[in-house]
Ligand binder design. Structure first.
Ligand code: PMP
Length: 344
């Protein structure tokens, strides 16, 4: 296994990070804060937020079963994705390997960072082959991207195959568990102590109902979190986001209720859709959405659009020809979708 020093870009290893006012003076109280060129009026919005979000991380740690020093918080998981490239991948030299199809931002961030992206197709049931992924790696492969439950396919990836990758690959393995709250399969978030090169993502945007506040999470060994903190913007999470996240996280029972309801709704919606003649196949899912193969995805997408029902047409995505991705909504939204499709 390579050491973390061998995996990090040399410029990041050498980097002296920016030290902001709130890094230098960490106290919460003082007679006068005259160190950050803030306006003394308009409390509390006049003050810069805690750059390392200590209070929020303490709360996240308790809920997620990890230690605060193993958490990075980002402006959505999208920030954590981009930073993984900026920390580990030398532009035009290194490469990453990912399953296909999967969440599009892994590739977009590779392109932005000028890093080669090697997409390895899942099989026709969207299952992962560790061997195929490992065969695509070479000495310059820094990251492997996995997403479980996967987007847009909805299924979880086989844990034994993931373990094989974790045991054989000598770089960083990222597992995006954005949808894991909807799944009953064990989470790799709780395995970060066993695998020092594993990064797991969660987000407030899905089960926690907080997409608008933009809060993503990365869980990893402290040495990796230290690198994230070195590279991130100094005050990357605003005070309104930190406060709203604390409020949302205070009510995990409400979230559990949403999850139960959405899974129930998902199952009845899938079973009703499977009866329709337009439905060729509905793929198994562990998420709050599912992929349905229909007779003509574009025509059905356009038909629903005219009725102001918006689904995602995934027909141009690898292995998803004629597939629509449907997010589970409220009971009445799901009924509207079903009624419209029954009339198609
Ligand atoms: N990961 C996956 C797998 C996703 O599907 C999405 C959003 N669709 C994200 C991450 C983005 O999450 P965030 O809102 O935290 O940036």
């Amino acid at each position: 296994m390579k050491t973390l020093e061998q995996l990090v870009r040399p410029n990041i290893e050498k980097l002296t990070p920016y030290s902001c006012a709130r890094d230098e003076y960490k106290g919460e109280k003082a007679k006068a804060f005259l160190d950050a060129n803030e306006n003394p009026y308009n409390t509390p919005w006049n003050r810069y937020p805690d750059p390392l979000q200590h209070k929020l991380k303490k709360k996240v740690a308790r809920i997620k079963g990890v230690r605060p020093e193993n958490i990075f918080l980002g402006n959505g998981s999208d920030e954590a994705i981009d930073l993984a490239y900026r920390i580990f991948c030398r532009p035009q030299i290194d490469n990453v390997v990912a399953i296909e199809p999967t969440y599009g931002m892994y590739k977009v961030c590779a392109d932005i960072n000028d890093v080669e992206y090697r997409a390895v197709p899942l099989d026709e049931n969207f299952c992962l082959s560790a061997d195929k992924l490992l065969a695509a790696c070479d000495k310059n492969t820094k990251l492997i991207w996995l997403c479980s439950p996967n987007n847009p396919t909805g299924n979880h990836l086989d844990a034994a195959e993931i373990e094989r990758i974790l045991q054989s690959f000598d770089g960083i393995v990222v597992i995006d568990e954005a949808y894991s709250d909807f799944s009953s399969h064990p989470v790799f978030r709780l395995q970060i102590d066993r695998y020092p090169h594993l990064i797991v993502f969660n987000t407030m945007s899905k089960a926690w109902g907080g997409a608008s506040i933009r809060l993503g999470m990365a869980f990893a060994d402290k040495a990796i979190i230290d690198l994230y903190n070195k590279v991130k913007y100094p005050y990357n999470i605003g005070l309104p986001t930190q406060e709203k996240a604390l409020e949302i996280l205070n009510d995990p029972f409400e979230v559990d209720k949403w999850i139960r309801l959405l899974i129930q709704e998902r199952n009845s919606l899938m079973s009703a859709l499977s009866e329709l003649s337009i439905c060729e196949k509905i793929y198994p899912t562990d998420a709050n959405f599912f992929l349905i193969k229909v007779s003509d995805a574009q025509a059905i997408y356009d038909y629903l659009l005219k009725r102001e029902i918006i689904v995602r047409n995934r027909t141009r995505v690898a292995l998803c020809y004629n597939c629509l991705r449907i997010t589970v909504g409220t009971k009445s939204e799901n009924s509207a979708l079903l009624a419209a499709l029954r009339q198609y």
